[in-house]
Design a protein around this ligand. Structure first.
Ligand code: CP
Ligand code: NVA
Length: 310
């Protein structure tokens, strides 16, 4: 079984292909256990601190419930209620929390803040989303694709929309498992260079092709998976009007999905804005697996928690 004991979970760049497959297998096993109503409390006595600098529905609830189901507990810490919100440093926060809890999950803005927390904490740190990355989401996405398609390697994933945190994480996840990944975005909204380069390097080992285009039809052509995310991420609210115009040609709608394979899977990390990045016809249609995907956050994260803490 997979052991990442004492490590951090900051980005899938750091997790090997083998460990990703082992985490997916463990997640599936945990899911079956839960569906069968078997109780399993290996994290009894362990506590996860969860720091949120941005709102959350899925990440917050799935981490908290996941800890409870595994016999441990979780603390929701809104950064504005912590001394962090009054200028205490991230380094001091890390050193203090390391004395009380067994792991820290943080959702924050700059990825460097997550890395600083991890550098000063003596316990595992988990990325619950930064401006650059969302590895817990991408792991749940792989689990969902695997459940539906029974394979990952050799599939083609098309991400249409903003080259944001979710796109960065997906490129890495796809590359790690040998899945081709094409990102279609407006010019100026590409994924981060660091992530494109890393995905290309990983793809050389696994056989995955990574590409960025400005043509959504080209990206979606023959795709097995179509993925999109909001046009305006948390923290970009002041750009939302401009983004509504720039991203219009990248809407995932009935016309666009005709170019994909007939049995394509539609995914979205949620929350979604129907009529913006995706039409109701697609997200509420028969090819959409977005709620299975959201549900899988719980199982994927329980696997991560066990691998870091046991
Ligand atoms: N997909 C996701 O991370 O959702 P939340 O913002 O609700 O946590
Ligand atoms: N890209 C979105 C993802 C939310 C889960 C954001 O950062 O707001």
């Amino acid at each position: 079984v997979v052991s990442l004991k004492g490590k951090d979970f900051l980005t899938l760049i750091d997790i090997s292909t083998e460990d990703i497959y082992d985490l997916l297998a463990l997640a599936e096993e945990l899911k079956q256990k839960q569906l069968a109503g078997q109780s399993h409390a290996p994290l009894a006595g362990k506590t996860l601190a969860m720091i949120f600098e941005k709102p959350s529905t899925r990440t917050r609830v799935s981490f908290e419930v996941g800890m409870t189901q595994l016999g441990g507990s979780a603390l929701y810490l809104n950064s504005s209620d912590l001394q962090l919100g009054r200028g205490e440093t991230i380094a001091d926060t890390a050193r203090v929390l390391s004395q009380y809890v067994d792991a820290i999950m943080i959702r924050t803005f700059a990825h460097s803040k997550l890395e600083e927390l991890a550098a000063y904490a003596t316990i595992p740190v988990i990325n619950g989303l930064t401006d650059d990355d969302h590895p817990c989401q991408a792991l749940a996405d792989l689990l969902t694709i695997y459940e539906v398609k029974k394979t990952l390697k050799g599939l083609k994933l098309a991400y249409v929309g903003d080259g944001n945190n979710v796109a960065n994480a997906l490129m890495i996840a796809a590359a790690k498992v040998g899945m081709d990944c094409v990102i279609a975005c407006p010019s100026g909204y590409e994924p981060k260079e660091k992530y494109i380069d890393a995905a290309e390097q990983i793809g050389k080992q696994t056989g995955a092709a990574v590409a960025v285009t400005h043509d959504p039809v080209e990206a979606v052509a023959n795709a097995d998976v179509i993925y999109t995310d909001v046009w305006t991420s948390m923290g970009q609210e002041q750009e939302s009007e401009q983004r509504l115009t720039v991203f219009q040609p990248f809407q995932v709608n009935g016309e666009l999905v005709k170019h994909a394979k007939q049995d394509y899977l539609f995914l979205h990390c949620l929350p979604a804005h129907r009529g913006e990045e995706v039409t109701a016809e697609v997200i509420d249609g028969p090819n959409s697996f977005v709620f299975q995907q959201a549900g899988n956050r719980l199982h994927a994260q329980k696997a991560v928690l066990l691998s870091l803490l046991l």
